[in-house]
Design a protein. Structure first.
Length: 339
């Protein structure tokens, strides 16, 4: 290497080193971001929130501090959503199901048996349909960053093993604050009661309700096995979580700050899905070890429940609009054809 080239290389290297620091000074203000979530720190939600916080802090050179606040300490999902819209809180992660009152298109994700495996979930949520629904949040004062996996939901109760549909009759079942879930579980014969997740453990403990439905991960991390004897593997719906920002607040951020949050949100999503799937794969064994009695439905009973539940499809179609419903079905067909 001659001297000129060597000098050029050295200068380029020095610039490359210096560049991130100058841009951090210019593009990043000190920010404190409150990131609320509903489950506890030891849950899949808590672990991914921690990864998100670390990435944000690292990528902003310590300028942006993301404080992850779990166990609904900032309020249940619906309350945090309102705080974001008003600009009183910066960020959260929560269920899409509790967002339906704000953005009705979110009800697509409540469709029983819409998604049948992880590959379909990722492709649909991260593709044009997921983006379109996420974009609808903006006009309501929210920014949707990424979808995390809550997971396939299963049924627990303290009364009896659910072997056939009739076993559900009269069971007081907590559902999320969402009409599709309410209608679905009424259709199956339960006495369905909408309730915030933050009230659920004590409602189960005091027998205010007999049962609930959530993914294996949540049944484990929220210790529902302490107050629920029976677990029925129903996989009746795939639930996403969504990472949200207050639009009022988001619009004040620099492009560099927004990029840090988006990149970190994507990294947290990839971590969260992997972690959730690994935990879910071990969960039945773990829940049995904790004393739960687990049963799978016979194919005939599963088919009966399924055909009852698909009756709510008409309600969802009219709620989200038939155009979006048809687009989602077509997109799913494309995903399935790809293999
Ligand atoms: C946690 C909830 C939870 C959801 C529910 O805040 O409410 O049952 O599945 O994950 O969003």
């Amino acid at each position: 290497m001659n001297l000129v080239r060597r000098t050029l290389v050295a200068t380029a290297a020095a610039l490359a080193l210096a560049a991130p620091f100058t841009s951090i000074a210019q593009d990043f203000k000190p920010r404190l971001i409150r990131f609320g979530y509903g489950l506890n720190e030891q849950s899949n939600q808590g672990r991914a929130a921690k990864v998100f916080a670390e990435q944000v802090e690292k990528a902003s050179g310590g300028k942006m501090k993301l404080r992850a606040i779990g166990a609904a300490a900032l309020g249940p999902d619906t309350q945090m959503q309102q705080a974001l819209i008003g600009g009183a809180q910066e960020m959260m992660v929560g269920s899409t199901a509790t967002l339906v009152g704000i953005t009705k298109e979110m009800a697509l994700w409540d469709t029983p048996f819409l998604i049948s495996n992880a590959k379909e979930a990722d492709a649909l949520l991260d593709g044009p349909i997921g983006d379109k629904i996420k974009a609808k949040l903006q006009e309501k004062g929210l920014v949707g960053l990424v979808y995390w996996e809550n997971g396939f939901r299963n049924l627990t109760n303290s009364k009896r093993p659910v072997v056939k549909m009739e076993d559900l009759s009269g069971i007081k079942l907590r559902v999320m604050q969402n009409n599709v879930f309410l209608e679905s579980f009424k259709t199956l014969g339960t006495n369905a009661v909408p309730m915030a997740f933050s009230e659920l453990f004590s409602a189960l403990e005091t027998n205010t309700v007999d049962g609930q439905e959530n993914p294996f991960n949540t049944i484990l991390s929220s210790k529902f096995y302490e107050v629920q004897k029976y677990l029925t593997v129903t996989n009746h719906v795939y639930s996403p979580w969504i990472v949200l920002a207050s639009k009022k607040w988001w619009d004040q951020l620099s492009a560099a700050e927004q990029k840090v949050l988006l990149d970190a949100a994507r990294a947290s999503r990839d971590f969260e899905r992997k972690d959730t799937r690994e935990e879910a794969a071990r969960a039945i064994t773990d829940l049995k070890a904790k004393g739960m009695q687990v049963n799978e439905l016979s194919p005939a009973e599963a088919a009966r429940m399924r055909s009852k539940l698909t009756r709510v499809y008409a309600t969802i179609g009219s709620e989200i609009g038939m155009d979006l419903w048809n687009e989602a079905q077509a997109e799913l067909a494309r995903i399935r054809a790809k293999k």
